[in-house]
Design a protein around this ligand. Sequence first.
Ligand code: NAD
Length: 438
Amino acid sequence: MTALTPLREIPKQNIFKQGDVFVLFGELFGRGYVNGLIDEARDAGMTIVGITVGRRDDDNRLRPLTEEELAAAEDNLGGRIINVPMMAGFDLDAPEGEPTPTDMLGGMTIKNWQDEKLDWSQVERCREVGVKRFKDSMAQVVAELEDMIPDGANAYFAHTMAGGIPKVKVFLAIANRIYKGRGARFMSSRALLDSDLGRFIMMNFDEVSANTFQYLIEGTTQIRQRLQKSGGEVCYSAYGYHGTEILINGEYRWQSYNNYTQGYAKKRLEGIAEEAWAKGIKATVFNCPEIRTNSSDIFVGVELSLFPLLTSLKIEGGGDWAESQWEACRKLLSDEISLEGLLQNIEDYNADEVITEFRNYEAWPMDNTEALAEVMVGTSGDITAKHKDKRALITDHLSGLVLEGTGPLMFHEMSNPSAPVLWLNHDIIAKQLNMMHN
Ligand SMILES: NC(=O)c1ccc[n+]([C@@H]2O[C@H](COP(=O)([O-])OP(=O)(O)OC[C@H]3O[C@@H](n4cnc5c(N)ncnc54)[C@H](O)[C@@H]3O)[C@@H](O)[C@H]2O)c1
């Protein structure tokens, strides 16, 4: 098991400059974490290159972006996009004419999914096709990158891929019960993990969220060796999640959202960085705090750990800017609700014995329980209801701050990384934000 290794000092070194290349390995979406990192690369004057996951036609065939889509995506990124579809996972792959895993899951219903069995030899055949497709696309991307990264330049590869939920109707209903359900509508994540559907999803998570990091590191070996021989440095970062230290009753304590079903893939991702590191490759997984993005909105309650960041902002070198963040958040609450009162609600939540039982780093990722859902989903709803407008939440504001803070921490750390796995907890993020704004 990976030891808990938080980043405690703000890294300030920077080797990246104009002429160096920043490669985004994942597609840029609106609120995503990687925005913070791209801002840094842009400020350093680096050339920004991206990829696309591609799009699916009506018959599910994967295709590159159309000219119009490409122009919009390049505009959004502020850099060139290599237009080869890099969708990972194998939920829609199969040998020609054979059923894909999505076809195989198509017959499952909310009544029968726990008993339905999959043909694992067929799943394996599909996995092989999907991995080959991804690696072949990777080779095309690398061939284009060879021409875009000159000798002697430094290259920063930023992995951001995470996902792998198959598009089958039944999973939507199951996810609603596991991640949002209470009382009679609740279902434990263990039921999913013990089913064939769950086992397949875990395999697909591994492919998308972990193995792609390995394919990236392996696929760019030649580029890495060429650049290193000509005086350049090459590094790889990825976003992990393995809980976060936040302020609880005045102390930084490790806690986590449960059940983080992707946790198994995230542990695998850490292992990939550790293996690469042992071979002398600068690869680091940054375990980042819970924030609200397109990918995390399904996990109701994941946002509750964000609130204590406000207190961290005050105690980690806070000044006028930290005060202004409190004021900005205060304004989002209904008139009769005080921010201090809301933070006390979060302290009470974190002191609840149902919640404290889940602060178990060794046992992570833990299955959820009905009692947990009752407290977590319930508190999430109560806190949201204290806002003036459900579409303008304190956690939206704080998510933006966290991603802003992680950008420079990761960017500077990767100039001379200290470990293959690092946690960016609320302490260092608050320090970084105060340093930037005071
Ligand atoms: N949101 C959080 O609370 C949180 C916390 C810690 C770490 N992270 C990690 O940060 C990273 C970015 O996530 P985010 O939350 O900013 O959301 P996001 O939706 O902005 O990013 C998800 C990324 O995954 C890529 N992706 C999704 N499915 C894919 C597939 N099948 N094949 C290839 N790529 C695929 C997307 O292109 C996108 O780049 C992820 O690795 C995520 O696990 C998120």
